[in-house]
Write a protein that binds this ligand. Structure first.
Ligand code: GAP
Length: 512
């Protein structure tokens, strides 16, 4: 099945099984805003726990905070967001649709890449085991022609971005013959800058209300609390501050379900270091974060680092962790070496000293910062994309979410084989025993096969069936979601079997 079709199916699945709903759906929805349903919220909370504990529990020099969404408006002037948090937008005059100019060009680059990969795929099928991919990529004329186009476009695009040359971005779009996907025409407006921050008003004074912004990143809440945390926590450099919270961006083009939203959640960590050591820490955090992603077992080949074409105004190094979504490799997380830009700016704009006295060097300085920043919703989409599976069985197909058990919303379903003979009561007893440790579901409706399918669809890793033998010897069958294998175990063993499989500790073991 085409990847696009799979993606459509998984979006529909998220709705049908209570993971994600369009916001304000009964009013026809609100663009790029989503609500999480009964299972979605559990999965989201588990992702957040995985991230939070991996930062705060595993690193004794990382602590957390929870800062407000509203902040003093000068913060956004100091951070550069008022002047520079822009996307280059372009309109198609025929369809009246608006696009991000950089995204149109990135999509064109991806097309060249796709063409090269298709050639490789075809040749690999033709030559079988004898196929030498490296040699093929270096010599095949069609691959080389596309590589040449990719390189030329890439260089031109990087230069235009770095020079903030909007006219050149438009020229690239025209030269590449990029058409509007809706109208199919090349009738483009000029490229303009568009600020992504949402503004609102706070209170009212004689001079009028204060214009405040909904934060476009959680990071600034950490920077402006740097001194508070460093002093009250007696933190010594190097140390980090972690935060999970909502962020808001008036995205021009909101696409691909929860990939690009206008209201979303970030998990960010700012790591404060000695000036000059930031690039070493940048490398360390790159490695740590990649391990965190890979530990979930979605396949190492589905991750890659992507160097930024253009460094943000605050960074001296930046890389994205990309995951292979059904719509291609896309950013899930950014790791940035932000220099002393933010703290220095806040020093200047607030007039307060934001320094660290380093007892080993016997001097004060503005710390440098390495940031790791990941979107909860994008991570959620990564987990769902990696887990969604349609399996052909002997008689039918089953749709199953092969979620890592530690992240699954419901850990086990307990099912009486029939609705009589004391089996429902026994099933309830098991739930009463286990519900303090795991989210359990009781299900007695329909055939056992249908019940298994329902649990597969929401990703429940374990189903426990209570039958007539249970009353005799206190054993049940446990059925494993991924293999569909079943085994008979004592009820007293259930807690241990399930506990081991859903253990965060086991997952954290892979990060050490
Ligand atoms: N503090 C740095 C920062 O915000 P960013 O690369 O703009 O950097 C970090 O964002 C992460 O936040 C991204 O890698 C992505 O996972 C998530 N993110 C950004 N914009 C988003 C959006 N509109 N919708 C969903 N997630 C988003």
């Amino acid at each position: 099945m085409a990847q696009e079709d799979i993606f459509k199916k998984l979006v529909a699945h998220c709705k049908e099984y209570g993971y994600v709903f369009q916001s304000s759906e009964i009013y026809d929805g609100l663009g790029a805003v989503y609500d999480y349903g009964q299972y979605g919220v559990e999965l989201k909370n588990n992702i957040k726990k995985y991230w939070w504990d991996s930062m705060v529990l595993l690193h004794e020099n990382v602590v957390g905070i929870d800062s407000a969404i509203f902040m003093h408006p000068t913060i956004w002037k100091a951070s550069g967001h008022v002047d520079a948090f822009n996307d280059p937008l372009i309109d198609n005059k025929d369809s009246k649709k608006r696009y991000r100019a950089d995204v149109l060009i990135e999509d064109q680059l991806a097309k060249y890449e796709e063409k090269m990969n298709k050639e490789v795929e075809k040749a690999s099928k033709r030559f079988g085991d004898a196929f030498d991919e490296k040699q093929f990529r270096e010599t095949n004329p069609r691959v080389l022609a596309n590589k040449e186009k990719w390189n030329t476009l890439h260089n031109r695009f990087s230069k235009a971005l770095n020079d903030s040359d909007l006219a050149e971005l438009k020229q690239i779009i025209e030269d590449e013959g990029i058409v509007c996907p809706i109208s199919g025409s090349r009738n483009w407006t000029d490229v303009r800058q568009f600020n992504l921050m949402f503004a609102t008003e706070m209170g009212s004074t004689a001079d009028g209300a204060l214009k405040v912004y909904l934060r476009p990143e959680t990071a600034q809440g950490i920077f402006v609390n740097y001194l508070n945390v460093q002093k009250t926590g007696r933190m010594k450099i190097p140390f980090g501050i972690a935060q999970i919270g909502k962020a808001f961006r008036n995205e021009i083009v909101a696409r691909q379900f929860i990939f690009r939203m206008r209201e979303f959640e970030q998990m960010e960590m700012q790591f404060f270091v000695r000036p000059g050591s930031e690039l070493d820490w940048f490398e360390k955090w790159k490695e740590t974060r990649m391990k965190w992603h890979r530990a979930l077992g979605f396949g190492d080949e589905n991750y890659r680092f992507h160097e930024h074409e253009k460094l943000a105004h605050y960074a001296n190094a930046a890389v994205d962790v990309e995951y292979k979504f059904p719509f291609g490799f896309k950013e899930v997380e950014g790791i940035h070496s932000r220099t002393d830009f933010d703290l220095s700016q806040h020093e200047q704009y607030s007039g307060k000293k934001i320094r660290y006295f380093d007892p080993e060097l016997n001097e004060s300085y503005v710390p440098y910062v390495v940031e790791t920043s990941i979107g909860v919703d994008r991570m959620f989409l990564q987990v769902i994309s990696a887990s969604y599976c349609e399996e052909q069985l002997e008689k039918d197909t089953r749709v199953v979410l092969k979620l890592p058990p530690v992240l699954a919303p419901v850990k086990l379903a307990v099912m009486p084989l029939v609705k009589k003979d004391g089996l429902p009561e026994k099933a309830r007893e098991i739930i009463d025993e286990l519900k303090f440790d795991f989210i359990c579901q009781y299900d007695e409706k329909d055939s056992i096969g249908k019940r298994y399918r329902r649990q597969d669809a929401i990703g429940t890793p374990f189903c426990v069936t209570v039958d007539h033998q249970t009353a005799e010897d206190n054993t049940v069958t446990i059925r494993y979601r991924d293999t569909m294998e079943q085994e008979r175990v004592a009820i007293s063993e259930l807690g241990k079997i399930i506990g081991e499989q859903i253990s965060y500790k086991k997952l954290f073991g892979k990060l050490q």
